[in-house]
Design a protein around this ligand. Structure first.
Ligand code: GAP
Length: 517
């Protein structure tokens, strides 16, 4: 399936089966804002639990907090967001469409990279097992020429970003002959900076002093509480503070479904360490976070590290974990070594000491910080992209049938078990309800009696339910049910008493947590 088609299909499927709806849809929607439906909310909660438990429950030295979205406005001056949380924007004068200038250049670079990948793919086909990629890259003239193009553009681009040189960014767009995807023209405005923070007013007095911001990241809620948590929890360095919560950014271009939203959720963890030890911890958190992603059992080739081309002025190392979304490899999670920048800034702006007394060193210092930061919505999209499958099934009579199945890891599936009476009579619904009443305390179950059993199985496949049990006349005779497996579609007859054990065992979050511990 073409990857552009996959994103369209995921969007349509999410709506049809109650995962994600456009916000305020009856009023034609609100751009880049989405609501999670009945199954979306369950899946989201399960992802949060996987993250929270792996951070907070599995690490004795990490605790979790829940700070407010509104914060004192000086927080955002200290953090640098008021002055510098900008994206460079550019408009096309013909289509009147607005773009992020840096994204236009990055997409141009990705197109050249795709040409190199194509050459390599062709060569792999031609030479088979004897193919030597490094040698091919070093000798193939087309690859060399394209790689040179990339290197030249990247060098200019990074220098322009570092110097905040908006004129040069426009020059690069013109020199690369980048056209507007809508109008096809090169008729661009100048590049200008745009601050991404949403402003609102606190209280009833409408003067400047009351302007506050919707937080653009959850991390600052952790930094300003670092001393509260350290003292009240008697935490010793190294230790971490984790948080899950909403963040808001007035994104210039908010496309690609829940990949880039204006209201989204982050799962962030700040890990406080001794100065000088931060790069050791940075490497450790890189490995830990990749292991967490791989714990889900999807193709490991879909994840890769990408070092930042340009480091933020406060960072001394930064890497993204990229995932191969339907629109290509894109950032899923960031891991940053933020030095002591944030705590030192808050110390300066608040006048409160942010130092930690290290009893082993007998020394006071402002701790350094490693941050892991992942977008919950992007994680959700990565799971749907991995899980969505259109399968052709061969039937016993030789005919074929199609099914859409969401192969969500059972531990994260919104519904774990569907309980289906074969018919709506003969006491079968009553027996099925009795089973539901026993199991609903253990796992999220669903009861369905409408439509044929085949259609009901398909519906459960489409929302990713790993198990279905069917209650039939034999159930009334010998207290057994058929248990159907989503992935294999195999059915086995088992005693009702065994259902709980099997389903709980196969869908428990403990399975995932043991893999990543
Ligand atoms: N505290 C660091 C920080 O916020 P970031 O790279 O700006 O770093 C971290 O964001 C993560 O948040 C990203 O890797 C991404 O998963 C998610 N994210 C950022 N902007 C987003 C948006 N507009 N919509 C959805 N997720 C977003």
């Amino acid at each position: 399936m073409a990857q552009e088609d996959l994103l369209k299909k995921i969007i349509a499927h999410s709506k049809e089966y109650g995962f994600i709806f456009q916000s305020s849809e009856i009023y034609d929607g609100l751009s880049a804002v989405y609501d999670y439906g009945q199954y979306g909310a369950e899946l989201k909660n399960n992802i949060k639990k996987y993250w929270w438990d792996s951070m907070v429950r599995l690490h004795e030295n990490i605790v979790g907090i829940d700070s407010a979205i509104f914060m004192h406005p000086t927080v955002w001056k200290a953090s640098g967001h008021v002055g510098a949380f900008n994206d460079p924007l550019i408009d096309n004068k013909d289509s009147k469409k607005r773009y992020r200038a840096d994204v236009l250049i990055e997409e141009h670079l990705a197109k050249i990279e795709a040409k190199i990948d194509k050459e390599i793919e062709k060569a792999v086909e031609k030479f088979g097992a004897s193919f030597d990629e490094p040698q091919f890259r070093a000798t193939n003239q087309r690859v060399i020429a394209n790689q040179e193009k990339i290197d030249v553009i990247k060098k200019r681009f990074v220098a322009a970003l570092e110097a905040d040189n908006l004129v040069e960014i426009k020059n690069i767009i013109e020199d690369c002959e980048i056209v507007c995807p809508i109008s096809g023209s090169k008729n661009w405005t100048d590049v200008r900076q745009f601050n991404l923070m949403f402003e609102t007013k606190l209280g009833s007095v409408t003067d400047e002093a009351n302007i506050i911001y919707l937080r653009p990241e959850t991390a600052q809620g952790i930094f300003v509480n670092y001393l509260n948590v350290q003292k009240s929890g008697r935490m010793k360095i190294p230790f971490g503070i984790a948080q899950i919560g909403k963040a808001f950014r007035n994104e210039i271009v908010a496309r690609q479904f829940i990949f880039r939203m204006r209201e989204f959720e982050q799962m962030e963890m700040q890990f406080f360490v001794r100065p000088g030890e931060e790069l050791k911890w940075f490497e450790l958190w890189k490995a830990t976070r990749l292991k967490w992603h791989n714990g889900l059992g999807f193709d490991p080739k879909k994840y890769r590290f990408h070092n930042h081309d340009k480091l933020a002025h406060y960072a001394n190392a930064a890497v993204d974990i990229e995932f191969e979304f339907p629109m290509g490899f894109k950032e899923l999670e960031g891991i940053h070594s933020r030095t002591d920048f944030d705590l030192s800034q808050h110390q300066k702006f608040s006048g409160k000491k942010m130092q930690y007394f290290d009893p082993e060193l007998n020394e006071n210092y402002v701790p350094f910080v490693i941050e892991t930061s992942i977008g919950l919505d992007r994680m959700f999209l990565s799971i749907l992209s991995n899980a969505y499958d259109e399968e052709t099934i061969k039937q016993e009579d030789g005919k074929t049938d199609q099914r859409i199945v969401l192969r969500i890891p059972p531990e994260l599936a919104p519904v774990k078990l569907a309980i289906l009476p074969l018919m709506k009579k003969d006491g079968l619904p009553e027996k099925a309800t009795q089973i539901l009443d026993e199991l609903k305390y253990e796992v999220n179950c669903i009861y369905e009696e409408k439509d044929s059993i085949g259609k009901r199985y398909r519906r459960q496949d489409a929302i990713g339910t790993p198990y279905c049990i069917t209650v039939d006349h034999e159930t009334l005779e010998n207290n057994t049910v058929t248990l159907r497996n989503r992935d294999t579609m195999e059915q086995e007859r088992i005693p009702v008493e065994k259902v709980k054990q099997i389903v709980v065992e196969k869908t428990s979050m403990t399975n995932l947590l043991k893999k990543v511990n």
